[in-house]
Design a binder for this molecule. Sequence first.
Ligand SMILES: [Zn+2]
Ligand SMILES: [Zn+2]
Length: 897
Amino acid sequence: MNKKEILDKFSADPQRYYNVNLFEDQGFERKSCKTCNRYFWTLDANRDKCPDHSDDTYSFIGEPPTSKRFDYTQSWKEVESFFVKNNHTSINRYPVVCRWRDDLYFTIASIVDFQRVMGSKVTFEFPANPLVVPQTCLRFKDLENVGVTGRHFSSFCMIGQHSIPNESGYWKDECVNLDFNLLTQQFGIDKKEITFVEDVWEGGGSFGSSLEYFVRGLELGNAVFTEFQGDLSDYKTLDQRIIDMGAGLERFAWITMGTPTAYDCCFGPITEKLIQDAGIDANSSVLVPYFTEIAKNLELYDDLSQVRKNAIKSTGLSDEQINRIITPLEGIYLIIDHIRTLIFAISDGALPSNVGGGYNLRIMLRRIVSTMDRLKLKFDLDEIIDIQIDYLKNTYPELEDTRDDVKEIISIEAGRYDSSKQRMQKIVSKLDKEPSVTDLIRLYESDGVTPEYLKEMKVISEIPSTFYAKLSDLHQSKKQKEQLTLPLEGIPDTELLFYGDDPREFSAKVLKVFDNFVVLDKTGFYARGGGQEPDHGKIAECDIVDITKHGNIVVHEIKGEIPKEGETVSCVVDSTRRDGITKNHTSTHIINTSARSVLGSWVWQHSAFKEADHARLDITHHSALTDEDVLKIEQAANGIIESAIPVKIENFDRGTAEQKYGFRIYQGGVVPVKSVRIVSIGDLDIEACGGTHVANTSDVEQIKITRTKRIQDGVVRIEFVSGDGAKEFVKKKQVDSENKEKEEKLREQEKERRLEQRQLAKERIPVIAKSLLECKQGSVTVDDITMELAESGKANFCYSTSDNYDDVFHIGLGETLCKTDPKLVYCGLFEQGEKVRVIVYAGEDISKEKSAGEIVKSISQILGGAGGGSPKFAQGGGTDKSKKEDAIKNAKSMIIQ
Ligand SMILES: [Zn+2]
Ligand SMILES: [Zn+2]
């Protein structure tokens, strides 16, 4: 089933699908476009083409169709007051980070706010009916258009008008009536200017008709009536029909202001300020014709550079005008747009990184910085953020709370980009041909080289229009969960005792046995889930190996003699293990909130793991933690324990919980059930969580952070212990430090002893020399000094490698010995700090054949160092302490063979 087929079918029966009361009442005429045959509805007798093909397309630029002028902020106020006046509830925007859907990183449409995915089914949860919402939406597909086309944004406000037809909501007639009155009454647009175009929508197994409404070729909104499910040959009406009217607020502002681009009227005072700072003559009369041409050409060509070329040609702009006015303006629009998107994303807890949705944010930040570099614009990012938040908070007051956090993250990320540039320069200098799109993606992915940078370096002339779409595709898909199929058909849900009285001993009936798996009618064993490890214990005589949950059925994997189906078995939970895990689970929540208060609002749980004797929490954070960060987090966590705060567990309807506590509750990810279990530690930490928890934070006793580590870009791991584990950790640390102290003391003592020894040795030089010289053949050792005589009687060798002696001793003894024995070579080796030093003396006679200098050179080489001196006295050394004996052997072989 494709859209064209549905449209053909619906347009063949306009009476049923499209003809609303308004068209009858006002006398709208249904026509078929002379160019494309599309059907549309109009009050203008002369109009014979659809908005895409009309001559008045984009003629509002420079000449708006209404005398009212509303900027972005005022436009929302007008829309809101109109719908509220007409019995709609105005609700606050939902976060742009889509925490309630695990198939989306960012909120891409207002209807997404109310969609909840359960299995393969999408259900709708409306906090009010009918309602209107100013939903900020993020879309990264058309990034290269942003700033250039006059109407593409990386984030925009979708006016969401939503209704379920029932006693409080309405259906098609009322919807189109309201949209018509909004345009004519509230915005003062002549009704002849409004064209409704017949269209359809389909997705997720359902479909319906839709009416797009245009004014002078600009699509302002699209009212989608999600009505049917099935396929075209056989479909039926949905139980839950939905009106999904989405309109671009930016376009509402633009159509009333008639500025050259939508950017000029949607960002507030920042645009004017940056244009002035950059010294651009923006009042130039070239802008209206240029951007009108851009808008018209966009309908005709896919290739943006072609669009731009055509617009330049037909408005006759010179290169000088392009370089002085158009190019810097495009850059300014891009910078403002991208910063606005980052403000929303960072405020809602997303961080730029190289994974997942963070990737798009990093791209945008790098585009901002490289655009400023390329155009030599020196803007103060903090100032841009301030002015934008000051303007945006008229509609979104919550942005005030994260003003400083946004600045901090953007400044860190911009700094990182600057420092990576040198590396990029090197990589670029090695390129020998113009890179393809695939090359560009590889350069970005593995080396962080942005195409903007390549354009700046004149490696490429244009950024290929498919680059960002391809890149974003690469990072859009999310992990697929693998689901084991087990023979569980017909088995009722397992009663979960740990959510009730939590008995540690209970009996249960065996409902199903397969392989080593057992399903009971009720269980007190916690199944692996939410990062919490499963309980251990016994089912009858069997030990539990693992426990998993499949839907609402708990499956126990056991070993031993497996019980039979129908049997009643007695079960015992390993209580010590469970208590350890439970303390660690509550600790995870405590550390999460502590980290957020110490580090910043961007901290979210990324994932968590809780075992009996250790646990870890991975949080989103931009840098590795410093020792000070860790200390502060640990102190904050233990402060929460000392405050003895009750841990409250309540069940809520999901929608109620979201409205009451916001989306911070989804720390552990999406909750795929209608009722959520909310675990709150006072108002410090409120999370949707299915785990086991202590009753009061004081039960945790103590938390110790054992280690932290940056495990991926934007994610930091905190490993910790709590309860008895923390006490043991503290004890072990105490013992470790005591041992260390003892060792240190022993080392000190040894050092002192050696010093004393060396002092004493010097006084004994004459005595030692006398004893050594008494040796008349063979060898003798006195106080670790050895004298060896050559059999030939031509040379004597005396040496020591003992660390009891120092340089003063060796010099003294060597000199004394060699004076008395002219055939003697003396060699002293000793350690001094990280080095081994060598001192060699040679007697008068032998020095003529075996120079002390030569011997030291040879020894030092073996020790991995160098040395030298005169024939009679030389010194040197090296760093390889393991080669001391080798060195002596070598010296000996040089003298007495
Ligand atoms: Zn047409
Ligand atoms: Zn939890």
